[in-house]
Design a binder for this molecule. Structure first.
Ligand SMILES: [Zn+2]
Ligand SMILES: [Zn+2]
Length: 92
């Protein structure tokens, strides 16, 4: 199977089709968000359906919030990396 890009904004890491995000971003997600993705994720996302698209959109938003919090906590004041993040790769 072909690799695809991690669905986190500005990440760009190529990952195995069995994974939704690269380990770094996956580990930032809250447990309930991970559970939801696991419920709907399919290796062939064209078969995953509308629940998947909605769940993925929601989870990418949750991750955006996490990246924002991480920036505030661990980057220097005024870093703002989350503001300039490129959008997440388009969902299939
Ligand atoms: Zn990533
Ligand atoms: Zn930052």
């Amino acid at each position: 199977m072909e690799k695809h890009l991690c669905y986190a904004p500005s990440c760009g890491v190529a990952i195995d089709p069995t994974m939704f995000m690269c380990p770094e971003h996956w580990n930032l997600l809250p447990a309930d968000a991970r559970r939801k993705i696991c419920r709907y994720y399919r290796k062939d996302l064209r078969q995953a359906g509308l629940e998947w698209t909605e769940t993925a959109r929601e989870v990418i938003e949750v991750l955006g919030q996490k990246l924002f919090e991480r920036c505030l906590q661990s980057h220097k004041a005024g870093c703002g990396c989350w503001k300039t993040a490129a959008p997440a790769p388009a969902l299939p």
